[in-house]
Design a protein around this ligand. Sequence first.
Ligand code: SF4
Length: 324
Amino acid sequence: MKTKTILAWFAINQIKRKGKKMPKKVLKRLKHFLKSLELEKKSYTAICREIGISYYCGVDSSTKLQKGALLEYKTLGLYLAPATLSGINLCPFACVGCILACLGGSGHNLIEKRSGKNLIDISRIKKAWIAMLLPEVAEKLICHEIERERLKRDMAIVSQRIRWNLAVRLNCTSDLDFSHIMRKYPDLQFYDYTKDQWRTKRPNYHITYSYATMSPARIEWYRNKLANGMNLAIPVIAGDVKRVLQDIPFAFSMDTTDLRFLDGREASFGILKAKETLHTLEGVEEGFILDYEGVKELIRVLKDCNGFKSQIKNNKKLKHFSNV
Ligand code: SF4
């Protein structure tokens, strides 16, 4: 039986576990099988062919990433199976609401799920296993693709045909530390959204902190990040986005493009229109996706934060937020 068929079989069985961790026995068998393939000795093309993927990271492979074209950017993005979809946790700082309403289940993946198919999830699960169980192989694939896209960009500039920049987002649907890869390419711009309070910026790495819940511990993290000038990305229900953007002067849309390193904002709320998934409503119920009142409540609990207390106190637009 072909490797890609065996991996797809493992993946389909994992999908049936609905996000539960993979049983130890199964994980051991999967690890043993992956090691036996000796992928680290193979070329980029041979690895992709063997595991049955067309690419590891894709260029502008989602509508959000494609919006970078407005600012002459192409984005190399890596979409892995989020949270414990692969049976291994790729989002150690996730909350219940974000796991349920994760954008990994939106867009084409949602259309697939509704038609009873799982091809996107199977591909992302296989990639997640490579990232977690064979990290040296993942690094080889990522570096190959980064260097290939960087060369294409340089060639385009030299030939004066078309000028575009390259950005890299390795955590499109995961929250892992890829600093070992960023260190290799100081000339390239990397960026992420993260819920990891210990993740640090680098000269070539921009981070936007992600809202999760209003638990006291998370609130402390938001305060700390805002006080340090970082922006906080907040998913808001579609119907309330316009009102939030109109009424809150330190809120701006993060849907225009995904190029967060070009935001030019500090200590602000980045508003993301919540994407439709099979569990959007549960995301709202768990307090991960906020409505207008939820954003107002968040401002209330953060009002003393050094990052923006002066913005709140001095702005007339906020005066109708009577309790702020
Ligand atoms: S941390 Fe991000 S990628 Fe992971 S489950 Fe939550 S929303 Fe999805």
